[in-house]
Design a binder for this molecule. Structure first.
Ligand code: LRH
Ligand code: MN
Length: 430
């Protein structure tokens, strides 16, 4: 295993924080015991928790207006894996990465798999990309890809997705995420039902190429890059497609892909109900697909989503095996710091949802005791579980405070020596 941050530094920083930490953990343990909750059981859940890091998230992101690269920008997948290795070494809660092709193309994927393994990393879902044209491409995706009116364009997009499956098999991945930006900007530009049928035909060809133990994750998004209609715009379109395609097809929920104030936790409950919840792209947003840090704008919404997930996990909902991934764009922070902070806030929501007194909640709901039910949920949300999150990191050799350790290690300044400064205007998410 390659340690990118000195374990001695992590150890000495953890030692400095130990006395206060143990005091905080002890008092939280006593508080939870009074609520009939076993601290060690919750710590074990926090230690087992993991969320995947998007390879495209470790570089500075941008918008259509501009992208302001920071120091030590990763030059490619090898730097990106190292940066993901730092996040895993310090948080011990991000054991997999989710790659994107062709952004992460290399010639030897077995070597890439070994390279990731030396950082303690595996590969989660692979992501295809038919929302950009590659230089050597025959047919443009300007007017669509899998839903294009052009048969050759659809075939080209299908071939790319099948190639992503081939790559994923070499990386040890078991799922393909298909997000397409296909849609229209003008009423009448294309047949709304025609595009959906084209999409289903193309997806059937990709589905047929899935290995027996693989899943296909269909990601819906309300709008952007299309601004009048989007082929897979909501969970309804995604669910129709998943049910049409078969058992391996499921619906992935990117939190930022909904209109403001949509009740996402209920969408999650519905997809769990039909055994079609693929998993998540966690982030936060205030307006559109802002791709902000998870839990940075609306942590209560994140908690309410996890309340549905933990409830389904504990009642062993049929077909419940979601994949948990982050999908964010870090435009003004150090991406490594944002990803560590986000991984912590996602783990926090999971642990908070794990200490909900579900027996008392069910009784209050059965009695229509509205205030008692709501207060039981809030009681878990307002519990500061930070000592449990820190203990889970410490017991696995991680940092008591990942961002403090990262800064103390001076990793960014170190890699900036080898990685050229990116100059000049650029835009886009990567
Ligand atoms: C689309 C999306 C999708 C990725 C892309 C980077 O907005 O959420 O999941 O392919 O971001
Ligand atoms: Mn996404």
């Amino acid at each position: 295993m390659t340690d990118l941050i000195s374990p001695d530094l992590i150890g000495s920083l953890n030692e400095q924080a130990r006395a206060a930490h143990e005091d905080d953990l002890g008092s939280l343990g006593r508080q939870l015991a009074r609520r009939g909750i076993d601290l060690e059981a919750v710590i074990a859940r926090a230690m087992a928790w993991s969320v995947a890091i998007p390879t495209w998230g470790v570089g500075t992101g941008g918008t259509r207006f501009a992208r302001f690269p920071g120091l030590g920008e990763p030059r490619g997948i090898h730097d990106k894996l190292a940066d993901c290795g730092v996040i895993q070494q310090l948080t011990r809660g991000t054991r997999t990465v989710s790659p994107h092709f062709p952004w992460d193309e290399v010639s030897d994927y077995n070597a890439l798999r070994q390279e990731a393994a030396q950082y303690g990393l595996g590969f989660d879902a692979v992501n295809s990309n038919t929302f950009q044209d590659q230089t050597d491409q025959s047919h443009t995706y300007k007017f669509g890809s899998l839903a294009s009116a052009k048969k050759d364009t659809r075939a080209q997009a299908v071939a790319h997705n099948i190639r992503c499956i081939e790559i994923g098999k070499q990386l040890g991945s078991q799922s393909l995420t298909v997000w397409i930006g296909d849609g229209t900007n003008f009423p009448g530009q294309q047949s709304l039902s025609g595009m959906f049928s084209n999409y289903l035909d193309a997806m059937r060809d990709i589905y047929a190429a899935l290995p027996a133990d693989w899943s296909m994750f269909i990601e819906h998004k309300m709008y952007e890059p299309a601004f009048y209609s989007t082929v897979i715009s909501d969970w309804g379109s995604s669910l129709i497609a998943a049910q049409t395609l078969g058992d391996k097809a499921k619906c992935l929920v990117d939190l930022g892909h909904h209109a403001p104030n949509v009740n996402i936790e209920q969408i999650v409950a519905r997809l769990i109900h039909v055994g079609k919840l693929a998993g998540f792209h966690f982030n936060d947003s205030k307006y559109g697909d802002d791709d902000l840090d998870s839990g940075s704008v609306d942590p209560f919404r994140l908690f309410l989503v996890f309340n549905e997930l933990v409830d389904a996990e504990l009642r062993k909902a049929p077909g419940f095996r979601p994949a948990y991934m982050i999908d964010q764009s870090h435009n003004v922070t150090d991406p490594i710091e944002s990803l560590m902070s986000s991984a912590t806030e996602i783990a926090r929501a999971y642990v908070q949802a794990s200490i909900v007194d579900r027996k008392a909640l069910a009784e209050a709901q059965a009695e229509n005791d509205v205030m008692a039910a709501h207060r039981l949920l809030k009681a878990a949300y307002i519990t500061d579980v930070s000592p449990i999150l820190a203990e889970a990191r410490r017991r696995q050799g991680g940092a008591h405070d990942p961002i403090a350790a990262y800064r103390a290690a001076g990793y960014r300044a170190r890699v900036a020596k080898d990685r050229p400064v990116i100059k000049g205007a650029s835009s886009g998410i990567v």
